[in-house]
Design a protein around this ligand. Structure first.
Ligand SMILES: C[S@@+](CC[C@H](N)C(=O)[O-])C[C@H]1O[C@@H](n2cnc3c(N)ncnc32)[C@H](O)[C@@H]1O
Length: 187
């Protein structure tokens, strides 16, 4: 299917800044004209583009996202790059509150021999992170903060997490990971 000016106009009128790009992505995702119409209608109604596509681009990788799961932000790429610069072969990197697994995915893809562990309390986020990290050696678990972290990982791991006020995850809860390891938080 070709991208029609009408679709672009509808997206632009709904406030999509990159209407042409979004129209192209929606056309690529739609099996036929009826499916495209449904996608455009939902986008115009305010559904995030990434939730319609089922993926978000993050640092050049495709990260799986489904409705209700936080769409990784471009600014978080800085944190992921920072984690990559700290990690080396054999490092243990923990991505707490991993959401769709974006940070873990960048580390796993960029650092040969790194050991990555990611967890989130939300089953939908865990599902997405497992899809994102499929094909890597990263382990994804469901659990409250670091509850599912293997005991032997509690010391000497470098822990990265990006969270927000809504998460109600207090910094003090990272203390268990700090002994023998390091902790980096981006808010
Ligand atoms: C703002 S999102 C960030 C996701 C990811 N780190 C990113 O930057 O894309 C916060 C995530 O923290 C998770 N979360 C909130 N409270 C949590 C808890 N107590 N234990 C584990 N995960 C939690 C949420 O389910 C959500 O996926």
């Amino acid at each position: 299917m070709v991208v029609s000016a009408h679709v672009v106009q509808r997206l632009r009128a709904a406030g999509c800044v990159f209407a042409e790009d979004e129209a192209r992505l929606l056309v690529d995702a739609a099996a036929d004209a009826a499916a495209l119409e449904r996608l455009v209608a939902r986008r115009v109604a305010g559904v995030p583009l990434e939730h319609l596509l089922g993926w978000a681009e993050f640092a050049g990788l495709r990260v799986a996202v489904e409705p209700g799961v936080f769409v990784p932000r471009q600014r978080t790429e800085f944190l992921a790059e920072s984690a990559v610069s700290w990690a080396g072969p054999g490092s243990r990197v923990v991505d707490l509150c991993c959401g769709a697994g974006a940070i873990a995915a960048v580390v796993a893809a960029s650092v040969p021999g790194v050991r990555v562990w990611a967890s989130d309390v939300d089953p939908a986020a865990v599902r997405c992170a497992r899809r994102t990290l499929a094909g890597t050696r990263a382990v994804v678990c469901e659990g409250d903060f670091d509850a599912a972290l293997p005991a032997e990982w509690r010391g000497g791991s470098t822990c990265w997490w990006r969270t927000c006020r809504m998460c109600r995850v207090r910094r003090s809860r990272g203390c268990r990971l700090r002994r023998g390891g390091t902790s980096r938080v981006l808010r």
